[in-house]
Design a binder for this molecule. Sequence first.
Ligand code: E4P
Length: 215
Amino acid sequence: MKFFIDTANLAQIKEAQDLGVLDGVTTNPSLMAKEGIKGDANILKHYVDICNIVTGDVSAEVISTDFEGMVREGEALAKLHPQIVVKVPMIKEGVKAIKYFTEKGIRTNCTLVFSAGQALLAAKAGATYVSPFIGRLDDVSTDGLTLIEDIRTIYDNFGYETQILAASVRHPMHIIECAKIGADVATCPLSAIIALLKHPLTDSGLAQFLKDAGK
Ligand code: E4P
């Protein structure tokens, strides 16, 4: 399973990259705002800065909600860097834009997906990635992981090549369950990736080994 980091924070992206297990980055307008990145030129430069840190795909989201605007923005984003994947919301105009980008050879990430039907439409339009938001579903008492299972079944039934990118991941068990189900990618906060390596028996075992090594 690929690991993406879900942030626009360059220090965190560098830290995950230095760990040697990072396969890509996802961003969204809220994550960009959180880092104080404002204005078109600064936003575009920030995407290039991210691409220069990592070797994998970097999702950059359009903010238009009409087909023409999405196409204009997406084409400009795709020209920025070969690692850019254009992130498009799951709305009617978004499905049309994904189909357009697919025909033009521009890679897409269909975002804000909360149902199997939406994921099916994203795959039919040719999305490179589909992003089901599992944490936000859990937040409203709906099991996000069941959605990942349903999408896996549907995509496998028909051989859709769209990659399932589990998003809105909140903790290490989300990552482990997504790996068991067979999600292609999990995009995670740095804290969830770091939490995977923690175990108290590792810490106490290492402390004992170091103590014994000194004898
Ligand atoms: C996905 O690409 C989104 O950026 C993200 O995972 C949303 O996560 P949140 O629900 O923690 O905002």
